[in-house]
Design a protein around this ligand. Structure first.
Ligand SMILES: [Zn+2]
Length: 469
């Protein structure tokens, strides 16, 4: 493990930072993050209000005004703090992060998932990265500037919300629907990007999330003939046999590759040889080439890239039968389905028709679960994008910001769907003790922890962003 001294030395040489890991601001940020991790906001049930209240107390102590906690349901609070700018015509910026976290099963954790332990290099616990570890740099940068007596030109809005991990309807979704004036801004920065791509030790390619795939959770129901478990039934009359055929066919089906503008923008900007850029934008070559390269370089390349050029269908839930001696009348399978920009439920229906064939397709009923969330995307061609690149270049000489569609979904979609320009970007460097694949498994995984130098990096970035905005 590199010692603190080595980290500080490399920071001095490589990154021109105001806040080395031992500075009081970073120490304070570590404690705030630790406190927030200790407030269990596992969603479900969420219970974000105590975390929102913690942030409110802190902001009030620092002299911020216009702070409000809005609950969509009891204990499902989101906090908005509008730091008024001096010029009402200047552009406004909202720094977004969510307060809730995904569940953590303590049996698989080295430490209690809600311990918030601060060790030599890490702050441990659920939410350390996703997303309390993004919230803290945003908060700390504003606090630091307020203490300095800084007055922003345009409004700066801090917005820390409930329910992101369950789709966001009770958090940002609720705010946009019911209190849009309070969160209406020109630009939004959020989680979803900022990490360094794993191109060797000297990688300078940081990902900026310019869009999110859509979500179309779907249930398939197969109807059979119920009966007594002691009697024989033709396999085609047993819903479970039919459903198992359906699952097998879906497993073999590969949704088609589609080269959209977003992957073209990614390929154009990414620091990879021309041949690789060609492969990334080749409908025919991308799948086999990624499989091969993934094996050669031992990196999960297909897992990362294929979702950017294709819809993804993954069966996740099964439901059939209530009693061992009763043949069920229904069998159901639910699958997670992530769709590219421009796609919708009709696209999924088309896939199922193709994968199952006419006969099997006619035996299924397709049931949408949640309302479809269409993909949202903005281009990388914007002054805000250029500003992020400029700031990153000051912090990390040669930094190259690569636009990318996100295979997942977060709260930014609600703002994008209102036509607001959004980027997922809070910079994170790769912890030298970790491989890239280990790092990406930490979010929602076991042993989630924030590498303290990344906390200092995030504060520095947010501070420069607010100041230069
Ligand atoms: Zn998150």
């Amino acid at each position: 493990m590199p010692s603190k001294e080595i980290i500080e030395k490399s920071e001095k040489e490589l990154f021109k930072l105001m806040f080395p890991v031992s500075s009081p601001v970073v120490k304070e940020a570590c404690e705030i993050l630790s406190d927030l991790i200790k407030i269990d906001t596992t969603n479900p049930p969420g219970n974000e209000t105590p975390a929102a209240e913690y942030c409110k107390r802190l902001l009030e102590k620092e002299g911020f005004e216009n702070i409000e906690i809005i609950e969509s349901e009891p204990r499902r609070g989101s906090i908005i703090c509008r730091w008024k700018g001096s010029d009402s015509n200047a552009k406004s910026l909202l720094l977004l992060a969510h307060l809730d976290v995904v569940p953590a099963d303590p049996t698989n954790w080295e430490r209690d998932p809600f311990c918030g332990d601060i060790t030599d290099q890490y702050i441990w616990g659920r939410g350390a990265l996703d997303c309390k570890g993004i919230l803290v740099p945003e908060l700390m940068a504003a606090v630091y500037l307020k203490r300095e007596g800084y007055n922003p030109k345009g409004d700066i809005v801090l917005c820390f919300t409930a329910d992101e991990e369950a789709g966001g309807e009770l958090g940002v979704g609720y705010l946009i629907k019911n209190h849009f004036d309070k969160v209406n801004v020109d630009y939004v920065i959020n989680e979803g990007g900022g990490f360094l791509l794993p191109f060797g030790k000297d990688s300078k390619d940081y990902v900026a999330q310019i869009g999110e795939k859509g979500v179309a959770e779907t249930k398939i129901r197969v109807k059979g003939i119920g009966g007594h478990g002691s009697m024989p039934l033709k396999p085609d009359d047993n819903a479970l046999y039919v459903l198992s055929k359906v699952i097998q066919r879906i497993a073999k089906f590969k949704p088609p590759i589609e080269i959209q503008d977003s992957i073209k923008e990614t390929a154009k900007k990414i620091s990879l040889p021309g041949i690789v850029k060609k492969i990334l934008t080749s409908k025919r070559l991308i799948r086999p080439a990624l499989n091969l390269a993934g094996k050669l370089f031992k990196q999960p390349l297909s897992k990362l890239i294929i979702p950017l050029v294709s819809d993804i269908l993954n069966p996740t839930l099964l439901n059939a039968g209530k009693k061992v001696n009763v043949i069920p009348q229904y069998a159901e399978m639910t699958f997670d389905c992530r769709i590219l920009p421009g796609h919708d439920r009709e696209t999924i229906k088309g896939y199922l028709r193709k994968a199952l064939g006419k006969k099997l397709f006619n035996k299924i009923e397709i049931i949408p679960i949640e309302p479809t969330q269409l993909a949202t995307i903005n281009s990388s061609k914007d002054l805000f994008y250029d500003l992020i690149e400029e700031i990153m270049n000051e912090m990390h000489s040669g930094a190259n910001i690569v636009p990318m569609l996100s295979s997942g979904s977060c709260d930014t979609k609600f703002f994008r769907s209102k036509g607001i320009y959004c980027l997922g970007f809070i910079p994170l460097r790769l912890d030298p003790n970790m491989s890239f694949s280990e790092f990406i498994e930490l979010e929602h995984g076991t042993g989630e922890r924030m590498w303290i130098p990344n906390l200092s990096y995030g504060i520095e970035f947010c501070l420069r962003l607010i100041k230069r905005f």
